[in-house]
Design a protein around this ligand. Structure first.
Ligand SMILES: NC(=O)C1=CN([C@@H]2O[C@H](COP(=O)(O)OP(=O)(O)OC[C@H]3O[C@@H](n4cnc5c(N)ncnc54)[C@H](O)[C@@H]3O)[C@@H](O)[C@H]2O)[C@@H](O)CC1
Ligand SMILES: Nc1ncnc2c1ncn2[C@@H]1O[C@H](COP(=O)(O)OP(=O)(O)O)[C@@H](O)[C@H]1O
Ligand SMILES: [K+]
Length: 498
């Protein structure tokens, strides 16, 4: 599904009017209807307060107030400004002609909120810019301290639709009904905290317009990833599903390779090699039956001719899980320069990259899979700076390095060399255990071996990894989920998509 920037909303409004002759007043009516439709899911809530700001978000709020009143609910409107314009003004006049109580003085707000079941936030929409101050700031504070159920129209007031999310007063919603298409920041980890449950509602924008409208950010939804599934056929053999190599592991960190190996195998790979230090060979052998274990030699010069043969076997390579960064530089550089296939650089592979600081090693068929701290080591911004504006930062660096970047988190941002960003929201806090990232690397490795491009493998892999965790959590909850559970649950995740 496409995700919009604040500026896209205005452009889409204009296209609706000019190309499809749909007046914005109709879109506003539709928006109000869809918000009310969502409110009706909550029986027992009969008293509503709508907070109305001076823009079109306030106009949507006024439609909601009218429709709730017509349905017989008790509705109060708190107006921040008398002087509304355009469609919002028309809706204010309608509300004024009905017996809906209107309030304007701030001191009355505490009492009104006290008496309400649900607060509907129509203070600011995507037209919000800069910082929040004055009366608006006080209103947001009152909403947030009310303890009442808060439903945000389009976006929580104070949250920017796209771009950097500043630390300031923002409405904390229980639910956000976003209109037409989701706005970029609603899908990021930080924005999701304010949005609460996110519901996307169709407001009558013609599908032709949406299909033709170009965006460079997408929400990874089932319809997108389904198309990326590798094909399997009855008439096939292990050679049909590709070969991959995992280069990783070190003393005390053999588990990372085992997790990645199980994941690659459950992702459908035909043949899997692991390349590890001599002291790990036995451990890997006894834990991963289906993979073939290759032994790394300490003297790189002597090892090179053997290594070249190993590398020639595979289409995809994962380097980094549990690899350690001690004395690995030369081997790392050699592999990056001599493996022509698709490479996933994860964990200590990324730390080596940050240590070596030679980003010319990165090529188009490489995927970097950093968590925010690893990203910070590579690009030199702080974790906070990265999380505040992840979409634009991932876009900038995946274009700059001309590769695919998977910035992991509760929302994972995938940037491609062409500047597209895909946002993934499958997955849950059960994944917040060391080892989950190793499983992700393995899944992507398996998909790349089966012929997916780096862009496709990253999208499908990240989606499946989260979906596997969601499938487990549905039955068993979040606390006890372990990375080792994920490879097995992948089977159900694939089945859900096929
Ligand atoms: N195509 C769509 O998606 C549609 C969107 N509509 C609604 O329209 C909204 C956007 O409307 P607008 O562009 O009027 O914008 P908003 O309703 O977000 O309001 C912005 C208003 O607040 C003021 N403002 C901005 N930043 C401020 C700040 N920091 N402090 C104080 N005041 C500030 C602006 O000057 C403007 O008057 C959407 O979020 C949505 O709710 C619907 O009405 C219909 C169709
Ligand atoms: N709260 C969460 N919600 C969804 N996904 C999460 C959450 N926490 C972690 N993850 C996912 O788990 C994985 C963790 O990877 P990483 O940080 O590299 O850890 P590891 O040390 O296990 O390799 C990533 O894919 C990330 O997106
Ligand atoms: K709002």
């Amino acid at each position: 599904m496409k995700a919009l920037k604040g500026s896209d909303v205005k452009k889409i409004d204009l296209l609706c009017q000019e190309k499809y002759k749909i007046p914005t007043l109709l879109l506003m009516e539709h928006s109000g209807l869809k918000v009310v439709e969502e409110i009706q899911h909550y029986p027992g809530h009969t008293k509503f307060t709508v907070i109305v700001g001076k823009g079109n978000n306030g106009g949507d709020g006024l439609v909601v107030a009218r429709l709730l009143h017509l349905k017989g609910f008790s509705v109060k409107v708190f107006l921040t400004e008398e002087n509304l314009q355009g469609d919002a003004k028309i809706n204010l006049e309608i509300v004024k002609s009905l017996p809906i109580p209107l309030f304007r003085d701030l001191p009355s707000l505490d009492r009104i909120l006290e008496e309400t079941d649900v607060i509907i936030d129509g203070l600011f929409g995507v037209g919000f810019k800069g910082t929040i101050g004055g009366i608006a700031k006080e209103i947001v504070q009152k909403i947030n301290s009310s303890g009442k159920y808060v439903l945000c129209i389009d976006i929580p007031s104070g949250l920017a639709g796209d771009g950097p999310m500043e630390n300031r007063e923002i409405v904390k919603g229980d639910k956000t009904v976003t209109l037409g298409l989701p706005k970029e920041n609603l899908l990021l980890s930080k924005g999701r905290v304010y949005a609460g449950e996110l519901v996307v509602k169709d407001i009558g924008i013609p599908p032709e317009l949406i299909n033709q409208y170009k965006t460079d950010t997408y929400w990874l939804t089932e319809d997108i990833v389904k198309k990326l599934l590798p094909k399997r056929s009855q008439d096939s053999h292990k050679g049909s599903y590709g070969t991959g190599i995992i280069v990783g592991g070190s003393k005390g960190m053999s588990g990372a390779v085992i997790l990645a190996a199980h994941a690659a195998l459950r992702a459908g790979i035909g043949l899997l090699y692991t390349l590890v230090d001599r002291e790990l060979v036995n451990t890997i052998e006894t834990s991963s039956y289906e993979s073939i274990t290759l032994e790394m030699e300490e003297d790189l010069e002597k090892f090179k001719p053997i290594l070249v043969n190993y590398l020639a076997k595979a289409q995809s390579l994962l380097i980094g899980p549990g690899f350690s960064t001690n004395n690995r530089e030369e081997l790392f550089i050699y592999i990056l320069n001599n493996f022509p296939g698709k490479i996933i650089i994860d964990g200590d592979g990324l730390n080596l990259l940050a240590k070596i600081q030679d980003y010319s090693l990165i090529r188009e068929n490489h995927i970097l899979t950093p968590h925010p701290k690893e990203m910070s080591r590579i690009i030199g911004l702080t974790v906070e700076e990265i999380l505040k504006d992840s979409i634009n930062i991932v876009r900038e660096y995946s274009k700059k390095y001309r590769c695919t970047i998977v910035l992991k988190g509760s929302t994972t941002c995938i940037g491609t060399k062409n500047g597209e960003v895909f946002l993934n929201t499958t997955g849950n806090n059960g994944l917040a255990t060391g080892g989950s990232g190793d499983v992700l690397g393995g899944i992507i490795l398996g998909l790349l071996a089966q012929g997916l491009s780096v862009e496709e493998g990253a999208q499908l892999g990240v989606y499946l990894h989260g979906l596997a965790a969601d499938i487990i959590a549905e039955e068993k909850g979040y606390f006890s989920l372990l990375p080792r559970d994920l490879p097995e649950a992948l089977a159900l995740a694939f089945k859900k998509l096929y």
